[in-house]
Design a protein around this ligand. Structure first.
Ligand SMILES: [Zn+2]
Length: 363
């Protein structure tokens, strides 16, 4: 497939961002969201090294918007129901839940087009977006797919969430890496939201152990993901508690409200600056000049300013103003399921795999 991390459209649009009119914004948003799916942190031989433009520091991109893109013949897609050998099609879930669906595509072009071809638009675009965010820790969907790679997804469309698809399981068979990456959704004991885990019960995404947010639904954007986006985004409901990432002093709040919404900036003793945007509010007593310790409550996430879905935009910069990657700056780990979850996880994976592999194979 074509390699597009530095593809022509994002570059062209980015170069014009100083003269953006409404139409350009629409295009930028569309392109940016398309690119975010297909870019970012690979688990393999290349790291996202292109410099992140800093001009958009204050202009947080929306997250999670469907990517309008016309289906083309760039990929082959197989809807569940016409796949003889493996597709279970619609699978009834627990009472009251939307039915699970299954999609399987064989890569032969841009991944998002494969999904659109398989399940239509806009569902295919939304599915590609969510899947790309799950897979991003294993492979870069812009650079790493090879023709013939197979991606299988079990998912539900949640009528209450018009942005994201509820992805229950993903399997990606990669020729480049010579292995199949698996991500199984599971809700561990004590977690507010489910996460995605590999077959060994290791969380696929990295967790910032000393980061600003503990409970979130998904990391939806990373530095260097091709959007010219200078922050890391966490999808989280309005009102989610946020914490100071280091000791420091609050330098300003609620500037450029039109873009940033409610926001707070913290300067650490080492000169680093942290910004949190689109907040629903600040913690009690937080105002310019406030001293905080790492881990102190500082704000609540929200959906204010230029934000199209509830999320935290978290941005770090050096004393000279250079954008820093929170994944590098923070201590990270991939959380492991503990003993209490082992049996439940094994059962959940077996059930999801049964649904992916179809009736007759596991019943
Ligand atoms: Zn952001």
């Amino acid at each position: 497939m074509t390699i597009r991390s530095q593809g022509p459209r994002p570059i062209r649009v980015g170069g014009r961002k100083k003269q953006l009119g409404p139409l350009h914004w629409a295009l930028l948003i569309s392109v940016g969201l398309n690119v975010v799916l297909l870019a970012t942190r690979g688990g393999g031989d290349e790291s996202p090294s292109e410099a992140t433009p800093e001009a958009v520091t204050e202009l947080d991109d929306p997250i999670g918007m469907p990517t309008p893109e016309e289906p083309t013949d760039g990929a082959t897609g197989e809807a569940a129901s016409d796949d003889d050998d493996s597709a279970p099609g619609m699978v009834a879930m627990a009472e009251g839940e939307a039915p699970a669906k299954f999609a399987k595509i064989t890569i032969n072009g841009p991944v998002s087009r494969g999904f659109v071809k398989a399940v239509g638009s806009p569902e295919g675009d939304r599915l590609a977006l969510t899947v790309s965010r799950i897979l991003v820790w294993n492979l870069n969907l812009t650079k790493d797919p090879r023709p013939g790679d197979v991606v299988e997804v079990l998912y539900r469309v949640n009528p209450e969430d018009e942005v994201d698809i509820d992805v229950l399981a993903v399997r990606y068979e990669s020729e480049k890496f010579g292995k199949t990456f698996e991500s199984w959704q599971y809700a561990p004991e004590g977690w507010k939201y489910p996460g995605w885990f590999d077959a060994d019960g290791r969380e696929v995404a990295a967790f910032l152990t000393d980061g600003p947010i503990k409970d979130y639904q998904q990391i939806t954007s990373l530095i260097g993901d091709g959007r010219g986006h200078s922050g890391m985004d966490f999808k989280a409901p309005v009102g989610t508690e946020l914490f100071a990432p280091f000791d420091g002093t609050v330098t300003r709040t609620n500037w450029k409200w039109k873009y940033n919404g409610n926001c707070v900036e913290l300067r650490g003793s080492d000169g680093r600056t942290a910004k949190m945007l689109h907040l629903s509010g600040l913690a009690d007593g937080i105002k310019p000049g406030s001293k905080v310790k790492a881990g102190d409550p500082i704000a609540m996430s929200g959906n204010t300013g230029r934000s199209f879905a509830p999320h935290l935009h978290y941005e770090l910069s050096s004393s000279s103003g250079r954008t820093l990657d929170p994944v590098d700056e923070h201590t990270t780990k991939h959380r492991l399921l503990g003993g209490a979850d082992k049996a439940g996880f094994a059962t959940a994976v077996a059930e999801l795999a049964r649904r992916m592999d179809g009736p007759g194979s596991g019943e």
